[in-house]
Design a protein around this ligand. Structure first.
Ligand code: ATP
Ligand code: MG
Length: 584
């Protein structure tokens, strides 16, 4: 073993398997593999995982699955997880991404203590190991161009052809590789390749490239290197250096596993076990940093943290909680087949979490003036409102009530269709926490639109119940006009209108599936005055409308809210139906 990492201590097994810690609650096959290994003592009881993002973009909800899995399993078995930046591609990687990844992973609850590593820290070790492979006759410098390498590789049905440079002597290879490193050759002129098997049925084993020449400035190593290791050569060896026991990655790396193991075997170094699981895919959502970057660069969204983006920074700004995301990840488990989950399912967990903790308030998105004819002019009273029916400890607050109120435009209909129980002429409804009111007449503008509704109230129904026991079919939210706080509210719909955004006709790109109505800005919403000093990031339930979160664009006196998610929970309904079906 070459570089032993001082941070790596053996984890104790004892308490492990019994304590269901922060990890996934769904049964999962990786957990079973670990349990088995703990029994046989394969890694002497150590459980060590890593989360290895490439700093070429912001983290998205797919990464959250990987984070929860890696950190969750380690925590569950008393192990540890490293954060490692896979920074072997200097052209696409930036410090901004490193910073955002740490911030977002922390926010999700990942704790790597002091174990932040970079593949670039291992460049020297990787180079030394490459020399070792050359000396073992297992690697050679190849002068074929990228294009030629591709041609020689063959196909799934045809074997590849050996490179004419394959049988260079060790001395020549050492000399050329040294000169590649010294910067003697231009980009792409030569590569270092592993000497494996050009006839292997696995294309990854057909003399894969280990190093390429790239005269590019690296965000951490500057211009120290002009040869860079390929992902496959860097990844397993980085895992080995850190003595990772379980290198958990997504299914597309399954075919790379033989190569992963080959390098480690040839070098005779610590052998982590690569285990692949299914990538998270969601309907109406793209989870690819490259495509998300395109949306940012083309200004299709306001940035990586646009609340419509599936990035961690986007959904945080939108109001999603780390708890909701962790619960979602725990519930989906892992498997060996890729599929696509309903976006509704993620939203379900957001509602479920916010329902427990978001204080209720009243806000009117599209205000319609409501005047109570028989309420004394100039009078204001304070009514008691419950902060959170799910949490008795959250207490109550006072909301002002007066003669002029705002109600939601869509809560009034001059000609109500059948089954419309909200306000209409002659109809009595309840104002939440306040009184019963009956609409008496309305005022229209010159375009024939209703702009004011007049009503009467029944003072005996204060608090919302009639002493004579009479019932109403509907309860409306409202705000008192004089005290209400104006606010901008941003309503979001799916960023894409196609459930599979990547599904486009030949020659077109996914941006054609962007939903032109994914953002609706409501400029003149009115909020109850308790929200006047709401802080950025504050999350609330606007009664009957959904969960909302204060956007960082807010300024004193100019609040901006994002709708995190509407109240309707179609996923819960689907689940209920499914479980009802299952029972019959
Ligand atoms: P992208 O295609 O978005 O760039 P990536 O796999 O290239 O994704 P990395 O930065 O290499 O991104 O990913 C870090 C870790 O997160 C890897 O272990 C990867 O397998 C995992 N990961 C990435 N996307 C998903 C996803 N959709 N579901 C589950 N895990 C994912
Ligand atoms: Mg990648």
């Amino acid at each position: 073993m070459s570089q032993r990492n001082p941070n790596l201590k053996a984890a104790t097994v004892d308490a492990a398997a019994e304590t269901p810690a922060a990890g996934p609650t769904q049964s999962n096959f990786i957990r079973e593999i670990i349990r088995q290994d703990l029994k046989t003592g394969k890694y002497h009881g150590r459980v060590w995982t890593r989360f290895p993002p490439e700093p070429n973009g912001y983290l998205h909800i797919g990464h959250a699955k990987s984070i929860c899995l890696n950190f969750g399993l380690a925590a569950e078995f008393g192990g540890k997880t490293n954060l490692r930046f896979d920074d072997t591609n200097p052209e696409k990687e930036e410090q901004e991404y490193v910073d955002s990844i740490m911030k977002d992973a922390h926010w999700l609850g990942a704790d790597w203590e002091d174990r932040v590593f970079y593949a670039s820290d291992y460049f020297q070790q990787l180079y030394d190991w490459a020399i070792k492979l050359i000396k073992l006759g297992k690697a050679y410098v190849c002068d074929l161009s990228a294009e030629e390498v591709r041609k020689y590789r063959g196909t799934l049905t045809e074997p590849g052809k050996e490179s004419p440079y394959r049988n260079r002597s060790v001395e020549e290879n050492l000399d050329l590789f040294e000169r590649m490193k010294a910067g003697e050759f231009p980009d792409g002129a030569r590569t270092l390749r592993a000497k494996i098997d050009m006839a292997s049925p696995n294309l990854n084993m057909r003399d894969p490239v280990m190093y390429r020449i790239l005269h590019a400035e690296h965000h951490r190593t500057g211009d120290k290197w002009c040869i860079y290791p390929m992902y496959d050569y860097a990844h397993g060896q980085s895992d080995s250096i850190e003595e990772i026991t379980y290198s958990i990655c997504t299914l597309e790396f399954e075919d790379h596993r033989p190569l992963y193991n080959w390098y480690i075997e040839q070098l005779g170094i610590f052998a982590p076990q690569q285990i692949e699981f299914d990538r998270l895919n969601l309907t109406y959502t793209l989870l690819s940093k490259r495509k998300l970057l395109q949306l940012v660069q083309e200004k299709r969204v306001s940035g990586w943290d646009d609340p419509r983006m599936p990035t961690i920074s986007g959904i945080r700004r939108r109001g999603y909680t780390p708890e909701a995301i962790r619960n979602f990840c725990a519930s989906i488990g892992v498997s060996k087949t890729n599929g696509t989950l309903e976006l509704n399912m993620l939203e379900h967990f957001v509602r479920e979490d916010l329902n427990k903790r978001a204080p209720r308030v009243m806000a009117v998105l599209r205000p319609l003036k409501l005047v109570i004819d028989n309420y004394p002019e100039g009078q204001t009273e304070e009514l008691e409102a419950v902060n959170n029916p799910e949490d008795p400890g959250a207490g109550t607050r006072k909301v002002p009530f007066s003669r002029e109120l705002y109600i939601e435009h869509e809560d009034f209909r001059e000609d109500p269709p059948k089954g419309y129980f909200r306000l209409s002429p002659g109809k009595e409804v309840r104002l939440r926490y306040a009184y019963f009111i009956t609409a008496t007449r309305l005022v229209k503008n010159e375009r024939g639109e209703v702009v004011e509704v007049y009503c009467t109230y029944d003072p005996a129904t204060r608090g919302g119940d009639a002493p004579d026991g009479r019932k109403v079919k509907s309860t409306l939210h409202w705000v008192s006009a004089a005290q209400a706080v104006p606010s901008e509210v941003r309503l979001y719909d799916n960023l894409f209108s196609n459930p599979n955004p990547a599904d486009v006709p030949e020659g077109q790109d996914f941006t054609r599936n962007l939903n032109p109505n994914s953002l609706e800005i409501v400029r003149d919403a009115r909020l109850e005055p308790s929200l006047a000093n709401a802080k950025t990031g504050g999350r609330y339930q606007f009664e009957r409308l959904g969960y909302f979160c204060v956007d960082p664009d807010s300024a004193p006196g100019k609040l901006v809210f994002n709708r995190t998610v509407a109240l309707k929970d179609t996923w819960a309904k689907v689940e209920k139906k499914q479980s009802a079906k299952a029972k019959t």
